[in-house]
Design a protein around this ligand. Structure first.
Ligand SMILES: NC(=O)c1ccc[n+]([C@@H]2O[C@H](COP(=O)([O-])OP(=O)(O)OC[C@H]3O[C@@H](n4cnc5c(N)ncnc54)[C@H](OP(=O)(O)O)[C@@H]3O)[C@@H](O)[C@H]2O)c1
Length: 311
């Protein structure tokens, strides 16, 4: 009898893992020759896999990274794997608003085109502060990208039809924004959830203000039912990393799969019909009603303008 139970339990575990890790690829094979794509944090994880896939399709890919050693190494790997020499990196630290401004200045001087902006870089839940005294998650994940996108928006409009893709997370649903304390920095996971909810409102507002101007905007959760085996654990202790490594190996999908919905939003005509939408697993997904509140999105946009001194 025990033998039978063991077999049933093993089969159940097998099918649950198979369901969790089911892979879905972007089946739109459109090429991106002549397009310029900027990916923040493209030196690791999902960003690096996105860079490889888009460079393979012929795009000029620029990864914007804070660490030059990591970035140079990633550029070599992206070139090698994509068989493209049209890959480069530029320095950008999203935790420092002066760095974001400097980056945009030199980007706009050097690059005449920007067809797709991928707001990928992200910090997991950590209780740290940026150089401008914002909580790390809110500052990097939301405010840094908010300023970056605003400063690059004129170039995106010039290059219309163009796209803004912002990486969010399905864990947005566990928190709501508190406008009295946008910098909430108390529980690491919740500070992350709030920054990812801010990414969703941000993406919706980009779609609203650029409507009819040829720019479309997408918020992407890169996993599916599960999460992605990326480098985010490097911000935690060795013990935590070892524990999570086992869970990641068992339940999470590889970065190559995590990048598929980003690639889909970069190339698909179908996606373009859903500007302002939320995407999982290469298709539009439904948000909780509170995350679709246009008034909150507008309020966050205006608050963010004040916080980054965007006149
Ligand atoms: N992994 C998942 O399961 C999952 C699920 C949902 C959403 N996401 C989202 O997917 C995106 C990519 O994450 P990932 O999983 O690929 O994690 P990752 O491997 O840790 O990559 C994060 C990237 O962001 C960069 N970054 C962090 N702080 C930065 C800063 N101040 N300035 C510039 N770049 C900075 C990192 O650079 P360094 O190497 O220098 O640190 C790294 O390149 C994130 O927005 C994340 O929230 C991931």
């Amino acid at each position: 009898m025990y033998f039978l139970y063991t077999i049933i339990a093993s089969l159940a575990v097998f099918f649950i893992l198979k369901w969790l890790k089911k892979r879905r690829y972007c089946t739109d094979l459109r090429r991106l020759d002549g397009k310029t794509i900027l990916i923040t944090g493209g030196n690791s994880g999902i960003g690096k896999e996105t860079a490889i896939a888009l460079a393979m399709r012929g795009a000029r890919v620029i990864i914007a990274c804070r660490d030059s050693d990591k970035a140079e190494k990633a550029v070599r790997e992206i070139k090698l794997k994509s068989h493209s020499l049209n890959v480069l990196y530029m320095e950008l630290d999203l935790a420092n608003l002066s760095s974001v401004r400097d980056f945009c200045k030199s980007f706009l001087q050097r690059e005449k085109k920007l067809d797709i902006l991928v707001n990928n870089a992200g910090m997991p839940g950590v209780l740290e502060w940026t150089d401008n005294n914002f909580s790390m998650c809110f500052g990097v994940n939301h405010l840094g990208h908010f300023l970056l996108t605003n400063l690059l928006l004129p170039r995106l409009k010039e290059c219309a039809p163009s796209r803004v893709i912002t990486l969010t997370c399905s864990s947005y649903k566990y928190q709501k924004l508190d406008f009295q304390d946008l910098n909430y920095n108390q529980l690491p996971f919740f500070t992350y959830c709030r920054s990812k909810l801010a990414n969703i409102y941000f993406s919706q507002e980009v779609a609203r203000i650029t409507e009819g101007k040829g720019v479309t905007s997408y918020a992407v959760h890169p996993g599916k039912r599960s999460f992605v085996q990326s480098g985010w654990t490097c911000h935690y202790s060795i013990l935590f990393r070892m524990l999570v490594q086992v869970i990641m190996w068992m339940f999470f999908v590889p970065c190559e799969i995590g990048a598929q919905t980003v690639i889909y939003c970069a190339v698909s005509d179908e996606a373009a019909k859903h500007s302002g939408g939320y995407f999982i697993d290469c298709r539009p997904a439904t948000l909780r009603p509170f995350a679709r509140d246009a008034a909150v999105a507008k309020k966050l946009w205006e608050a963010s303008e004040r916080l980054v001194n965007l006149a």
